[in-house]
Design a protein around this ligand. Structure first.
Ligand SMILES: C[S@@+](CC[C@H](N)C(=O)[O-])C[C@H]1O[C@@H](n2cnc3c(N)ncnc32)[C@H](O)[C@@H]1O
Length: 292
């Protein structure tokens, strides 16, 4: 989801519904707000910036590019926090640098790079004074094989439907059949898929630095049981502070779910088989493809 999506209050309802997420961010603010200068990159509704002020921050800059900045500004006014919290309309890349002790954001996504956490962290890093904190400061992305039911089965079912329709109406459907066997993964966000193999660390990136994921790389994902596989899933861990990690690890309660990349064909694997995949990041979208 790019910036437009965040103008929709539903997106903020979803993330604010996530108690673990909220608690982790508030733990960070509790540790590092008192007496400090803070910037929130992407303040959305403005709630966390106001909480930072209530926790004793001496100055908070709340940066927000979507029209929600007006809601944030209203919240600041309603709570008489205007002497501490200043809402800045724009992307962090486009506003003037200010010195802060804490720069924080929550630009995480089931598709880990999709909300621009790398470029926003790089843009805000110069705001952080020596000894200050950039949060999150490190992002690890993991991948594992999985067995999503839908896509490969749907492809089979669609082909089964087409065969008699072509015969019944005397249509040449070869072009259509080829077109329906897409090489691209079908992308889902799911809370119900589970990995069928151990996690492979795909990226470990220092946020705020110039590090970028390669546009394309090979990786090995291992199957821990014999049977069909039909995709790969992805999750992240973001280091916010010492002993403060935010993650959408499968099986944990979180609003993100996991990015599931469904392939158009099932493949049979042996227990312990190492499957070679191609991992790409294009326009901040991650994909994992099976390599025959
Ligand atoms: C996932 S929401 C988090 C909102 C709020 N920080 C919270 O945790 O409740 C991310 C917010 O960051 C904003 N955003 C995205 N890219 C940004 C950028 N480059 N600079 C500033 N804000 C950005 C979005 O518009 C959105 O409101």
């Amino acid at each position: 989801m790019k910036l437009d999506g965040f103008a929709d209050p539903w997106e903020h309802t979803r993330l604010l519904s996530d108690a673990e997420r909220n608690q982790a961010l508030i733990a960070l603010l509790t540790r590092h707000s008192p007496g400090n200068r803070v910037v929130e990159v992407g303040c959305g509704t403005g709630l966390l910036s106001c909480i930072s002020a209530k926790l004793g921050a001496k100055k908070v800059w709340a940066v927000e590019p979507t029209p929600l900045w007006e809601l944030a500004a209203q919240m600041v006014e309603d709570n008489k926090l205007g002497h501490i919290v200043e809402v800045l309309e724009g992307r962090v890349q486009d506003v003037e640098v200010r010195p802060v002790d804490l720069a924080f954001s929550e630009l995480l996504n089931g598709d880990p790079f999709f909300e621009g956490v790398l470029s926003a962290s790089r843009a805000v890093a110069p705001w952080v004074v020596k000894g200050g904190i950039l949060a999150p400061r490190r992002l690890r992305v993991y991948g594992a094989l999985c067995r999503p039911y839908s896509s490969a089965h749907e492809v089979e079912l669609a082909h089964e439907q087409l065969r008699p329709l072509g015969d019944a109406y005397d249509l040449d459907l070869r072009g259509l059949r080829d077109a329906l066997r897409s090489d691209e993964s079908y992308r889902q966000f799911s809370h119900i898929e589970y990995p069928v193999g151990p996690a492979t660390l795909l990226y470990d990136i220092e946020l705020g630095s110039d590090e970028e994921p390669p546009e394309s790389m090979y990786a090995i994902l291992t199957a821990n049981e014999a049977g069909p596989i039909s995709g790969a899933m992805v999750w992240f861990e973001a280091d916010y502070d010492d002993n403060l990690v935010m993650s959408n690890l499968p099986g944990t309660p979180n609003h993100w779910g996991q990015l599931v990349l469904c392939w158009s064909q099932e493949r049979g694997v042996r227990e312990g088989e190492e499957v070679r995949v191609q991992v790409t990041v294009e326009d901040e979208e991650l994909d994992i493809q099976y390599l025959p």
